[in-house]
Design a binder for this molecule. Structure first.
Ligand code: CP
Length: 311
């Protein structure tokens, strides 16, 4: 564990998965495991805190898990899940002023916004810690933390794993954050997507700069039997500029029982969710499907993170 302790993460912004060292990630996973196994140790540990959640885009898991985590820690939660209910959406108040107000009213701001750079901008405005709950197609760092926590929980270690990322690697914000977090470990990455949805150049360049080994391909069946982890993503319909392009690509990857006939015994399938139709529902009852456990792990990781940042 080295010299990492609770003080390293106190009052930290969570903007990019790039900003966390391997030791810090491992420390967050250790605390997340403790939250999972001994939740009573954390109950009401933030009972004098107020947490703002300002979501300018829809969410089920991120919003509800952060809210549940905050409540389990004894904090009060303020904010909005629907921007049109705020003066930002209803009266034209600026993003800047909205952040200043929530900075005044609370101890921490959790923000989701469709614009890349929004969380970073919020952190520049606010003296209170800002947590990025999804910034456009750019990043979703707490999702990456819970993804890695799930992988570590399943395999014991992350090093040496062969990880396939399939689907919309271009517009999905979980993908860059996952790659940045995995770059702290010794893994092999396989990007499986049609050319138009392949991994973005800035992510490729980042991985190359960290000497992470990766391949790019379009044929899932050629890669799937060698994988330890298959990370599936939804086509991000809301981020396509051209709707006809979305319709052309829709359904280009759909994981069925047929695809997983010869996979490794211990292979796991993850998905940040929501799922549309990219994983057939009859996969849900197989031993490979771990995406609902993954979503549940969001509770433990986000509770650990809030506790470390605010206590
Ligand atoms: N995985 C995820 O971010 O889900 P939500 O959009 O429902 O929060």
């Amino acid at each position: 564990m080295g010299s990492i302790n609770k003080e390293n993460l106190k009052n930290r912004d969570v903007i990019s998965a790039k900003d966390f060292s391997r030791e810090e990630l491992e420390f967050i996973f250790d605390i997340s495991k403790e939250v999972k196994e001994k939740p009573e140790r954390f109950r009401n540990s933030l009972k004098d805190k107020i947490i703002s959640m300002i979501f300018f885009e829809p969410s089920t898991r991120t919003y509800q898990s952060f809210q549940t985590s905050a409540k389990s820690l004894g904090s009060d939660v303020i904010g909005f899940a629907e921007p049109n209910s705020s003066s930002y959406g209803g009266k034209g108040e600026s993003f800047h002023d909205t952040i200043r107000i929530f900075e005044n009213y609370s101890d921490c701001i959790i923000i989701r916004h469709p614009a890349a750079g929004s969380a970073k901008f919020a952190a520049e405005i606010s003296k209170k810690p800002v947590i990025n709950a999804g910034s456009g197609f750019q990043e979703h760092p707490t999702q990456a933390m819970l993804d890695l926590f799930t992988i570590k929980s399943e395999f014991g270690e992350i090093d040496t794993l062969n990880i396939g990322l399939v689907g919309d690697l271009r517009y999905g914000r979980t993908i860059p954050s996952l790659c940045y977090a995995l770059s702290k470990f010794d893994v092999q990455l396989n990007f499986i997507a049609p050319d138009t949805l392949q991994i973005r150049p800035e992510v490729e360049e980042f991985l190359a700069s960290k000497s992470i080994s990766f391949s790019k391909q379009s044929d899932l069946n050629k890669a799937i039997n060698d994988l330890d982890v298959l990370y599936v993503t939804r086509l991000q319909k809301e981020r396509f500029v051209d709707p006809t392009e979305y319709l052309k690509l829709k359904g280009s990857y759909r994981i069925t029982l047929d695809n997983i006939k010869n996979v490794k015994e211990g292979m796991i399938i993850l998905h940040p969710l929501p799922r549309v139709d990219e994983i057939s529902s009859d996969i849900d009852n197989t031993k490979f499907a771990k995406y609902f456990e993954q979503a549940r792990n969001g509770l433990f990781v986000r509770t650990a993170l809030l506790n470390l940042i605010l206590s």
